[in-house]
Design a protein around this ligand. Structure first.
Ligand code: UN1
Length: 512
């Protein structure tokens, strides 16, 4: 496969097994259990790995620590220059990188290209940021004193990623972390390790052009849950950033919390869109289809609950069914496909279980849900995205099923719609379609959506990198990517400086 060659990813090791530990001239295959990576496109094996062992993790950590000690002394704008070059290499290899994403995650090419674009965009953002890691100056209550804040590099940051955004989520963390002066260690999803190696190979191209930056500033360790747990326990990682299921995040968060470390969690979503009786339905329809069926329902921002005003529901659902019926389902490498495969059989089974539960809980499948075997590659789990009409408080509606199931719910007034929107345990993304300013503003107000993302007249997925990305409640509370999310990757010091000849105490205390 040419694109793998172009990224230096072929014949990495003599045993035909890829390296599991990479960074700072480390090049080792894992010494743990072997596993294969199978493409969701057709189930074929695309690569073989061996998991890294705890001893190999120790090696990675020591290298990353040595790199951090140097990196923190390098001025932030120079760290920004590294990120600029990483972005340029990502631009140059955009198509090669997108092909690796498609191969491992099954994402259609236009979306895979979009994912690489997120990486490129966050590089541009981080380069600008590298000259804007501002602290404040603060007036002191004491004569002859002043106060200020400084932001300092934090240390080693672990990034644990999921299969569905194997490059973008790593990039949000790593490009920002690098300008902040941190040494970044990636533990990728076991379903997308080649993507991790591709990311590392791009960083290494940039590092080759900047010998003044230590080589171990990014590294990759491919391992199982045991390695993930060891990372969470290790106090040499002041920050662990994890994306994935709420169950995984809870375990990481609890372990990191027990040692009083910081975790940045980006977990499950159960995203809803309210469609008001005033909405522009043409616009809403397009947004619904992309948000609910795009990426085969495998984004954490995927639209899962459609809360429709009772007066427009029938019309909207009819139009939605027509639109779903014409969605091209198929090989994600083929131009024109809009819905690719689910990641694996387990995911397919989970979807079928959810559909059965929906029926048991009084729901009705209005469209789709079944496996598609015609006109798609053999061996992949392709499904027709489902539309299900059901009560808003049915149990299955309150859980995240990582597959294209859209639950259609009904409301009569905006207060009720917002209540339904907020009644689930997750709090990532949300949207309203309305032409009413009152409804839109109420939705975004303190009494409105309780999610980290609340959109008006656009869908729930496809956020830009310039905003802080993340959500509340069981979504974990973390914020990544744009705005001031960088602060999570640094430590803040407050400095009080006395330039006078006296030593007045704060709060007017006299101590003599
Ligand atoms: C994810 O699914 O983990 O907002 C991230 C979006 C993308 C990122 C999704 N920019 O849909």
């Amino acid at each position: 496969m040419n694109f793998l060659d172009n990224l230096g990813l072929t014949s990495l090791s003599s045993e035909n097994v890829y390296y599991s530990v990479i960074g700072n001239n480390l090049r080792e295959t894992g010494k743990g259990d072997a596993f294969s990576v199978n493409s969701p496109i057709n189930g074929m094996e695309v690569a073989r790995f061996r998991n890294a062992t705890p001893a190999q993790l120790e090696e990675v950590i020591q290298n990353a620590e040595a790199a951090f000690k140097q990196l923190r002394t390098i001025p932030a704008p120079l760290r920004g220059e590294l990120v600029r070059r990483i972005g340029n290499f990502a631009r140059e290899h955009k198509e090669d990188l997108a092909k690796v994403i498609t191969l491992e995650s099954g994402k259609i090419m236009p979306e895979a290209l979009g994912e690489v674009q997120e990486w490129i965009d966050v590089c541009d953002f981080a380069v600008g940021l590298s000259r804007q890691l501002h602290g404040k100056t603060i007036v002191s209550e004491r004569p002859g004193h002043r106060m200020m804040e400084q932001w300092q590099p934090l240390g080693l940051v672990a990034v644990i990623t999921a299969f569905n955004f194997p490059m973008a989520v790593w990039a949000w963390n790593t490009m920002i972390g690098l300008v902040c002066g941190d040494s970044m260690v990636l533990k990728p999803s076991e379903k997308a390790p080649l993507c991790a190696l591709a990311c590392q190979s791009i960083v290494e191209k940039a590092l080759e052009t900047m010998p003044e930056i230590p080589k171990g500033v990014t590294s990759v360790i491919i391992g199982d849950r045991e390695i993930g747990a060891l990372i969470a326990q290790d106090k040499r990682f002041p920050l662990v950033s994890a994306t994935g299921s709420t169950a995984m995040g809870r375990s990481v968060g609890e372990t990191v919390g027990a040692r009083l470390g910081r975790s940045l969690l980006e977990l499950g979503g159960n995203n809803a869109m309210i469609v008001s009786e005033t909405a522009d339905l043409d616009l809403a329809l397009r947004a619904i289809v992309f948000s609910a069926a795009g990426t085969a329902g495998q984004r954490c921002t995927t639209l899962r609950r459609l809360i429709t005003h009772k007066s427009i529901q029938d019309d909207l659902v009819e139009r939605l069914k027509k639109s779903y019926a014409s969605l091209p389902i198929g090989d994600p490498t083929v131009a024109g496909s809009l819905v690719g495969p689910l990641i694996d059989q387990r995911s397919f089974d989970t979807m079928q279980n959810a559909l059965n539960a929906a029926k048991e809980q009084g729901g009705e499948i209005l469209f789709g849900g079944e496996r598609v075997t015609e006109g798609v590659p053999d061996g992949g789990y392709y499904v027709r995205p489902a539309i299900v009409s059901i009560a808003h408080d049915a149990q299955v509606v309150h859980q995240e099923t990582f597959a294209p199931i859209l639950y259609v719910l009904t409301y009569s007034n905006i207060e009720e719609a917002i209540e339904i929107q907020n009644e689930v345990p997750q709090g990532l993304s949300s949207a309203i379609f309305t032409e009413s300013m009152r409804e839109a503003e109420t939705f975004m107000s303190a009494t409105g959506s309780d999610c980290g993302i609340a959109n008006v007249n656009i869908g729930t997925s496809g956020a830009e990198i310039g905003g802080a990305f993340g959500g509340e409640k069981e979504t974990g509370g973390g914020r990544e990517s744009g705005s001031d999310a960088w602060k999570a990757y640094m430590r803040r010091t407050t400095n009080t400086i006395n330039y006078g000849g006296e030593l007045p105490l704060a709060q007017g205390i006299v101590f003599e």
